[in-house]
Every structure is written in C-alpha cells, then in structure tokens.
Write a new protein. Structure first.
Length: 109
C-alpha cells in the first residue's frame, strides 16, 4: 500500500489553492486603491491552472493515486478544463461590477 503522489495530477488544484491564499493575503496588505490587483492575480492563477491540464492532455496517460480513489483521465481533464474556463469567464465579467460597488474584493476573488 504505497502512497505515491503525482503532483502533476494535483497541480491544477494546488495552483488554485495557492492563488486563493495569495489573493487573501494580498487583500490583507493592500490599500483600498490597489485592490484591483487581487482581480489580476485571480485571473492569472486561474489561467495558470490550465497549463498542467494541457500537459496531461498531450501526455494522454491515465493517472491515479491513493489506490485508485483519485483518477485523472481524459474525462476528468475535460471537466476540469470546463470549470477553469467557467471560472475565468466569471472573473472577467465581474471585475467592473465588483470594483464599481466596492464589495469586499479579496473574499470575492
């Protein structure tokens, strides 16, 4: 029962978690006039999380971890890609709305 972790298979989720932590920390230290940087960081993080998906799609092998309880095959890659594209579009459409009404931007992004 060996636990080998394939970090490439987990990379999209790890990048998104790192982006969330970075956005919240950046929102904590930025003045109100520079909060737009949280939106930029969010868009970059979501875009960057698509890179491991492209690498795994080109590779084409099915990856599994934790005795088969976490499997990344082509179906998982397509669904992850759809969620990343949806998140990217939501971020792009909401930038002007969130900044215009002065909501809590760090928590939103």
């Amino acid at each position: 029962m060996g636990f080998e972790i394939d970090y490439l298979a987990l990379a999209p989720e790890l990048i998104l978690v790192g982006t969330i932590v970075a956005v919240l920390l950046l929102d904590l230290v930025l003045p109100r006039s520079a909060k737009y940087l949280t939106a930029i960081l969010s868009v970059l993080g979501v875009s960057l999380s698509a890179l491991p998906l492209l690498i795994m799609a080109v590779d084409g092998t099915t990856r599994s971890m934790f005795d088969g309880s976490y499997v990344v095959d082509i179906f998982a890659l397509v669904l992850k890609g759809l969620f990343i594209v949806a998140g990217y579009l939501v971020l792009l459409m909401s930038v002007a709305y969130i900044e215009g009404d002065r909501y809590y931007q760090g928590e939103y992004y």
